[in-house]
Design a protein around this ligand. Structure first.
Ligand code: KIV
Ligand code: NA
Length: 266
């Protein structure tokens, strides 16, 4: 079997099919999602706060994302692997962006890269795409700019913001992006953009009208501690399951129930 490619996603758009995408940061978890038939896995810079213990996506380095991405590629067979370009690795110039994207393609072995920004990143997208590397764009709430926004927010609300988002979406399509993430965007606007764009849209907190849907895996699986954004649906309680297992193991060791004869060598 071969891996899925951007052509499969373009075909899905023509057929009006919806598809799921999850983040993955390690080989085992990525392998589970690959076996479950999730067509696209993102080595997101959300690994910064959801895997590496940072407070936001801002601190994660290219070397760190490369290490995680290599594990995800090794643990999967069929999914298209997309790797984020981390904050600071592409904003300076199209040349810097291409250098970063080339490192990800060579060292991770991913099938595509993703970066944040519309009009402001169009030259970067065009440079990378021209070199033969597929680029997924990312608009709406863009977490690498959390310090500029002053916190998480709904993007594209109000006539001016909606107009800017439409221009950004046109710009990334024009620059050659093969898909675009719409993060925390009003559902009617995301639906409108999905209808007007030729490339697939991938929503997160953007309603049901987008072509794909992406969630951060630790959120959807109930691994994230504390509150998750209101658009997240929890499909499992992994944190509860693992916590119960750890407590049971602890009780058994302290009480002498583990290891028993069955789990010992005579
Ligand atoms: O890093 C990430 O998880 C992302 C998705 C939310 C799209 O960029
Ligand atoms: Na990201």
């Amino acid at each position: 079997g071969r891996r899925l490619t951007i052509r499969d996603l373009a075909r899905a758009k023509r057929r009006g099919e919806h598809w799921p995408m999850l983040t993955a940061y390690d080989a085992y978890t990525a392998g589970v999602f690959d076996e479950a038939g999730i067509p696209v896995l993102l080595v997101g810079d959300s690994s910064a706060d959801n895997h590496l213990g940072y407070d936001s996506t801002v601190p994660v380095t290219l070397d760190e994302l490369i290490m995680l991405g290599r594990a995800v590629v090794r643990g999967t067979k069929r999914s298209l692997i997309v790797s984020d370009l981390p904050f600071g690795s592409y904003e300076e110039s199209p040349e810097q962006a291409l250098r970063t994207a080339v490192r990800l393609m060579k060292e991770v072995g991913c099938g595509a890269v993703k970066l944040e920004g519309g009009v402001r990143s169009a030259a970067q997208i065009e440079k990378i795409v021209t070199a033969g590397i597929p680029v997924m764009a990312h608009l709406g709430y863009t977490p690498q700019s959390v310090n500029g926004f002053g916190g998480p927010m709904v993007a594209g609300r109000g006539a001016d913001a909606a107009k800017r988002l439409r221009e950004d979406a046109e710009a990334v399509q024009e620059a050659g992006a093969f898909a675009v993430v719409l993060e925390v965007v009003p559902a009617p606007l995301a639906e409108e953009l999905t209808a007007s764009l030729e490339i697939p849209t991938v929503g997160i907190g953007a309603g049901a009208g987008t072509d794909g849907q992406v969630l951060v895996w630790t959120d959807f699986a109930g691994m994230t501690p504390g509150r998750t954004p209101s658009f997240v649906k929890k499909y499992a309680d992994l944190r509860g399951v693992l916590g119960d297992a750890a407590r049971a193991f602890g009780r058994d060791v302290v009480g002498g129930a583990y290891p028993d004869a069955e789990h010992s060598f005579s």
